[in-house]
Design a protein around this ligand. Structure first.
Ligand code: UDP
Length: 367
């Protein structure tokens, strides 16, 4: 009999949910993480009394009531509603694309006028069936918005032209013919008071966690400890990149503490032109309505992932999708190992989906 039922590789959201549920069912779990801290990419760290989202802003939002109730066991959520603004060469537009955006762009006032404008631009561009992100964007919001708010930002974010990206990426954003600036079409939304790290700490309460442990470097030894493995790292790294490397986008954060109480007046400002080298600036205190005398901001620079970088976004184009399908076959055939999460499943997951899937998988596992 081995020492643990489950070795959970990665102390991020997927690993923490799995571990919490397995422990609750009486299973012996060991969670390990390569990093020196828990919570994966939702890790927050306090600076000047402000919870700084170290690996990029995370705004919890969901339509799934069960998932909302689930996370509320571990934290109290505030009423933060994401309403980013776009800065295009100094012109400010509300996001997501809504009547405020259309009014600022074209001077239109009614939904009917906005729809007519978009339809006219879509027709002029001659798009009937959108084949890629550019065509999808133009057909949803017209050429002007595509040029000013999407083309430059998306090019920077993905390092590829919009003509080479799948349409679904832009469908993440709502298009609304109301004056509603809420970025998400979600029934439930907020930021956990006290930060995500505290929330994950609660999930992992009573679970053994070892930090600074590199699973792939010590795989043979670690595998001896547990009957089953839950692996949430990059799927291609698990298999030694033997079919080739999947592509990821990485993000570099330039974080600064500033001696002002309010730098940009909003948590998220997207720089949607192609020239500004960063994609957006996050001012962390605004996620929690902070009144501290100082502020902390992070500029986000998007880059192609290379070995040694942190992988953030899977690149969901055809080539990578096909390669992942091959890795998925290997993963499915790997005895005693469950692959999960954004990196383990090479999927552009939001937090609520990660929880939903982790709960489903652990539920079936323990059944
Ligand atoms: N996007 C854009 N302009 C913006 C914000 C987003 O064109 O000002 C596009 C871009 O292609 C991006 C996608 O919408 O990759 C999804 O944006 P989201 O904010 O959901 O990305 P995340 O927060 O996950 O990085």
């Amino acid at each position: 009999m081995k020492q643990y039922d489950y070795l959970i590789v990665g102390a991020g959201l997927y690993g923490a949910v799995f571990a919490h549920e397995a422990k609750k069912a009486g299973k012996r779990c060991l969670v390990i993480d390569k990093r020196a801290h828990i919570a994966g990419n939702i890790y927050t760290e306090e600076v000047e009394g402000i919870n700084v989202h170290r690996y990029g802003a995370h705004i919890f939002h969901t339509n799934n009531k069960a998932v909302w109730q689930y996370v509320n066991q571990f934290a109290e959520f505030n009423r933060y509603t994401n309403s980013p603004v776009a800065n295009y060469h100094g012109e400010i537009y509300n996001l997501p694309f809504n009547m405020n955006t259309f009014n600022r762009m074209w001077g239109v006032v009614t939904p009917a006028e906005a729809k007519a404008k978009i339809e006219q631009q879509r027709a002029e561009a001659g798009i009937t069936e959108p084949k890629n992100l550019e065509e999808q964007a133009i057909s949803l919001v017209g050429t002007d918005i595509y040029e000013k708010l999407i083309k430059g930002y998306t090019g920077k974010q993905w390092g590829r032209p919009c003509t080479e990206l799948p349409a679904f990426i832009i469908k993440r954003l709502p298009v609304r013919f109301t004056y509603d600036d809420n970025y998400f079409n979600a029934l439930y939304q907020g930021i956990p008071n006290g930060g995500y790290t505290a929330m994950v700490e609660k999930m992992l309460d009573g679970v053994e966690v070892r930090l600074g442990v590199d699973y792939l470097a010590e795989k043979a030894e670690l595998d001896k400890l547990a009957d089953r493995v839950v692996y949430t790292g990059p799927v291609d790294a698990y298999f030694g990149y033997k079919l080739g490397a999947l592509q990821y986008r990485s993000v570099r954060f330039e974080t600064e503490t500033l001696d002002t109480d309010n730098y940009q007046g909003n948590a998220v400002v997207n720089y949607t032109d192609a020239e500004t080298p960063y994609t957006r600036i996050i001012e962390h205190k605004h996620f929690e309505f902070g009144t501290q005398p100082k502020t902390v901001i992070s500029r986000e620079y998007s880059a192609e992932w290379k070995p040694g970088d942190e992988p953030y976004y899977p690149v969901n184009d055809e080539k990578n999708g096909a390669l992942y399908a091959e890795y998925k076959k290997l993963a499915d055939a790997e005895p005693g190992v469950i692959f999960g999460g954004r990196l383990g499943e090479y999927k552009y997951y939001d937090m609520d989906k990660v929880i939903e899937v982790a709960l489903d998988v652990v539920g079936r596992e323990l059944a």
